[in-house]
Design a protein around this ligand. Structure first.
Ligand code: UD1
Length: 426
């Protein structure tokens, strides 16, 4: 299994071009199932999760063609879907596989999708996806670990007024897609409004969907009989952008983030500015600069967008471990999302977790390199940040987590002066 080795303590200095957002790309790829015309997606990142989604769609019958046009794109053709089952072997690797459920039931009247099961950052149920589909008239059964969903007689879901009891990104995306082909009007209240949801809405509108309330917590969808093809460019990855900005701050360096919108990162930028990091918007992105800065701690709480993203919590925690004073980090989205903390403590960080949902961090003069491993994607990036800031050598194991979400990680960091290398092991 590959490892990443980092010789830390070098302030980052350079430019990072941000890739397309994995979390936008995955639902957009699932949306191809809604049309029998081609959907062309540009700016798809080259990541393990994208390969997994490609495999899932291919086994449903989606044909994929690569094109070099406009910097590379994938063309999805869902004319000949022959299999409505999303098998356990793929769904267990990636929960976002659930996103094919809504589109398949909406277009084909039936779907069989494996239940995803637990994962490292919590139990992560799918009950809100299922109860929303039931409200739209679907018959849902759970058999042998699979969700089997049927649209009502006539094969079309019915529009419904749905209030999500809790904000769910995947649930909003799944039901939004289903509603585009439903009979009548669907209202989604307390919907997620993450930029990735908005990107999906924009693509669905290009495909002919009638959706209003874009960017808000209430989406109104008037179902239509069919959607057509479209060409869409995946929005930039705000989580990747935040990760590199925090890497600059943790190493007391300066990194120019190119291609990402600071608007999508207001809560992260605010927290970094509170700590004393300079954040300056540019025409193409923004600059995070912590050279010679006097940095102190701050308090953050993860919340649905536009609040502080849970996917940046581990990286922020690693950065806060290196600054003066105390910080309180509260995780309100997922239980069990402090698994990076014991590893950071092994690197000399002073962090106490108050179960179940908060951590107090007291900054230390210097972290020290260690051999570490993480159990999820963002936690792994938190450890990479700590390794970049630490004195000595850090080896991050289980690199496959990073490969799920960070395109060209070593290349991007090396271009900013980091000493980082991948070690391949049998
Ligand atoms: C998405 C993101 C993930 C991010 C998360 C929260 C993708 C591919 N993944 O995950 O990176 O961390 O949003 O911003 O976009 N929940 C239920 N029942 C449900 C669905 C969710 O109880 O039916 C709970 C979850 O356990 C969690 C909370 O709701 O506590 C939010 O989860 P959700 O927004 O659905 O996360 P994902 O879409 O899985």
């Amino acid at each position: 299994m590959d490892k990443i080795k980092i010789h830390g303590g070098i302030p980052l200095d350079g430019k990072v071009r941000i890739s397309g957002a994995k979390n936008a790309a995955l639902p957009l790829m699932a949306a191809t199932l809604l049309t029998d015309e081609t959907l062309t997606l540009k700016n798809l990142p080259s990541l393990a999760d994208i390969t997994t989604m490609t495999a899932l769609l291919a086994q449903h019958g989606v044909k994929l063609t690569m094109t070099d046009e406009d910097g590379g794109a994938l063309i999805f053709d869902s004319r000949h879907i022959f299999n409505l089952k999303a098998p356990y072997d793929i769904v267990r690797k990636m929960r976002a596989s659930m996103l094919v459920l809504g589109p398949l039931v909406a277009r084909y009247g039936k779907a069989k999708v494996s239940l995803p099961g637990g994962c490292a950052i919590g139990t992560r149920p799918v009950d809100m996806h299922l109860s929303a589909l039931q409200k739209m008239g679907a018959d849902i059964q759970i058999k042998e670990g699979y969700i089997i969903a049927y649209a009502p007689a006539g094969g079309r879901l019915r529009g419904a007024d749905i209030t999500f009891p809790k904000v769910t990104v995947g649930g909003t995306e799944d039901i939004l897609m289903a509603a585009t082909l439903a009979d009548g009007q669907t209202i989604l209240r307390n919907a997620a409004c993450e930029p990735e949801v908005t990107d999906l809405v924009e693509c669905l509108v290009k495909m002919g969907a009638d959706i209003s309330g874009i960017g808000s917590n209430t989406l109104v969808i008037n179902g239509t009989e069919r959607l057509h093809g479209a060409v869409h460019r995946v929005v930039a990855d705000r989580i990747e952008a935040a990760s590199y900005a925090l890497a600059a701050a943790a190493t007391r360096g300066r990194v120019e983030i190119v291609g990402a919108s600071l608007n999508h990162l207001a809560a992260v930028a605010r927290a970094m500015i509170d700590c004393g990091v300079s954040i300056t918007e540019t025409e193409t992105g923004f600059i995070a600069d912590a050279r010679d800065a006097y940095l102190i701690g701050t308090d953050i709480m993860t919340e649905p967008y536009p609040g502080f993203p849970t996917d940046v919590q581990a990286q922020m925690t690693a950065f806060l471990a290196t600054v003066g004073g105390a910080s309180l980090v509260t995780e309100s989205i997922f239980e069990n999302r402090f698994m990076h903390v014991p590893e950071l403590v092994r690197m000399g960080a002073n962090i106490t977790v108050h179960a179940p949902s908060s951590a107090i961090i007291r900054g230390v003069q210097k972290l020290s390199g260690a051999e570490v491993m993480a159990t999820d994607l963002r936690a792994s990036m938190g450890l990479v940040l700590a390794g970049l800031a630490a004195e000595g050598t850090t080896t991050v194991n289980r690199v496959y987590h990073l490969d799920r979400g960070y395109e060209h990680l070593e290349e991007k960091l090396t271009a900013c002066g980091a000493q980082i290398e991948r070690i391949s092991e049998e």
